[in-house]
Design a protein around this ligand. Structure first.
Ligand SMILES: NC(=O)CCC(=O)C(=O)O
Length: 271
């Protein structure tokens, strides 16, 4: 399958969980109507990105209402659904920032728990202590579906080139980052990081943020985008809510890697 259409759902996230689920369902339906076979939601799409709210919105697999809905939506629309992330509670009561991926039969294909937690204190205003509530995951996630290899990580993970490289060495064709970048770091780093990971690994990268939500305490930067293995933008949203559909042509990846065989030129024996 050399060309596949991705649905990038830059949806707003409000305080009411049910409203977020309705919005997500509408976005997935619209993406399917537009022919997208892989549909991606943003980080913490069922819950505002505020640590003090995570426990109240947390759900466990398989019974959580958000997780039930994601499976149903994937099956109803026959799409691979990369379910952004939600606060996930495990049987010991720990909470993770987790991405669940569902297949076209509504089956769980994979799950990824955010490894690098957003603990920062940036003078211009981005103060966040994700680890106050969230437990870090302990494994990367790469999955193959329809002959396409997807690497999944979450937001702040994009800053760690080692994780991206590890996923690519495991065969990833597309690196998918559900995210909610801050309005302070977003304008300077977001596009740069996605393009850097794309160019240094010759891979498609996709970042999916919530859109602007009037009155929200945390206003994510938005600007969801997809980048090809040459570093060219395939499409980008603004700050407002939007469904962006982009076509990913895998022959592009093969061509770039053939012409500029970067991955073959690595010298892991020397560094
Ligand atoms: N949700 C996050 O991990 C935010 C990451 C972020 O804004 C950054 O600058 O990194």
């Amino acid at each position: 399958m050399p060309i596949v259409s991705l649905g990038i759902c830059q949806m707003p996230v409000v305080e009411e969980k049910k409203e977020n689920l309705k919005t997500a369902a509408a976005y997935v339906a619209a993406a399917a109507v537009r022919g997208c076979r892989i549909v991606i939601l943003p980080e913490m799409f069922n819950c505002p990105y505020q640590t003090e709210l995570f426990a109240a919105y947390a759900e466990s697999y398989p019974d959580g209402e958000t997780l039930q809905l994601l499976g149903e939506l994937a099956a109803r629309h026959r799409v691979v659904l990369v379910g952004g992330s939600i606060p996930e509670r495990d049987s010991a009561g720990r909470i993770y920032n987790t991405c669940f991926v569902f297949g076209r039969e509504g089956n769980l294909l994979a799950k990824y728990r955010k490894i690098h937690l957003f603990d920062v204190a940036i003078a211009q205003g981005a103060q966040f202590q994700e680890s106050a509530v969230i437990t870090a995951g302990s494994a990367g996630t790469v999955l193959t579906v329809d002959g396409l290899c997807l690497g999944v990580a979450i937001c702040y993970d994009i800053r760690f080139p080692e994780l991206a490289r590890a996923m690519v060495l495991q065969g990833a064709d597309i690196l998918i980052y559900p995210a909610a970048f801050s309005p302070v770091t977003g304008p300077v780093h977001w596009e740069l990081l996605l393009r850097a990971r794309a160019v240094d690994n010759q891979v498609f990268t996709v970042g999916v943020s919530p859109g602007a939500t009037p009155g929200a305490v945390y206003q994510p930067y938005g600007h969801s985008l997809a980048v090809d293995p040459w570093g060219d933008l395939l499409g980008q949203c603004g700050s407002q809510e939007e469904l962006l559909c982009v076509a990913v042509d895998l022959t592009r990846l093969q061509k770039v890697r053939q012409e500029l065989p970067l991955l073959q030129h690595r010298r892991p024996d020397l560094y």
